[in-house]
Design a protein around this ligand. Structure first.
Ligand SMILES: Cc1cc2nc3c(=O)[nH]c(=O)nc-3n(C[C@H](O)[C@H](O)[C@H](O)COP(=O)(O)O)c2cc1C
Length: 216
């Protein structure tokens, strides 16, 4: 972001090289000392991007503090390409109110989708005025199962590509999955106990058994 002209060049070069629509995701600046999102947005648009996804925090704030939706709204006003706002959207209701209040073309949801992939179906229901039915415990378990198995496949593939031994991939997938599990099972009794046990669980089948005992 220190060099908006370079961003414009990159967008232009990529846009010329590919047949797919090119979009850009960025933040509102590197820090409060470098608030140049207007210039960056212009460079992105002039470079030929089809949309801008804008996270309303400074890079050096990481995920701290509220996102600055006023700035997102201002950039939406300044540009002709669609602007999709992002940052701190906690749920479907809030996603809709952000659309309405800040006149953005779309809303992007990050962390609130962790452990809650149903949030997008809920947004669609609220958007179209249909009732939303939260997932049943069985449905939740099925999604957890698929996610865990795919995480394992991903870790196996990664080990293969990096030419690392894959013998520990299953145990590593179980450990890594805990970060998702706390969100999938947030507030459920027994989660703390599972946290302690998970350090000793090396098999996906065993982990799924523990989860099903907790959930079903
Ligand atoms: C685990 C995780 C991984 C992320 N990876 C990327 C990434 O690869 N590229 C990117 O542009 N943003 C990435 N982000 C940032 C999100 O896309 C999003 O901009 C940010 O989390 C703010 O939205 P939120 O408040 O809804 O989470 C990531 C965020 C998280 C939590």
């Amino acid at each position: 972001m220190k060099n908006p002209a370079k961003i414009g060049e990159i967008v232009e070069t990529v846009s010329r090289a590919v047949s797919l629509p090119v979009s850009v995701k960025t933040r509102i600046g590197l820090s409060s000392n470098l608030q140049n999102i207007s210039e960056v947005g212009r460079a992105v648009e002039e470079g030929g991007a089809e949309a801008l996804f804008l996270h309303g925090r400074f890079a050096n704030d990481r995920h701290r503090g509220p996102a600055d939706w006023e700035t997102i709204a201002r950039i939406k006003e300044e540009l002709s390409i669609p602007v999709i706002g992002n940052g701190g959207v906690g749920g479907a209701e809030e996603a809709l109110s952000k659309l309405k209040d800040y006149h953005v073309d779309g809303v992007m949801i990050g962390r609130s989708a962790i452990g809650n992939p149903w949030i997008f179906a809920e947004c669609l229901c609220r958007w179209t005025g249909r009732p939303f039915t939260p997932p049943s415990a069985r449905e939740r378990f099925e999604v957890i199962t698929e996610h865990l198995k795919q995480l394992y496949q991903f870790m196996l593939a990664e080990a293969r590509i990096r030419q690392r031994p894959s013998g520990r991939a299953e145990a590593a997938a179980c450990r890594q999955f805990y970060g998702h599990l706390v969100h999938y099972l947030y507030g459920r009794e027994g989660l703390g106990k599972l946290r302690k046990e998970i350090a000793h669980i090396d098999s996906i089948d065993q982990l799924l058994l523990e989860i099903s005992n907790l959930l079903l």
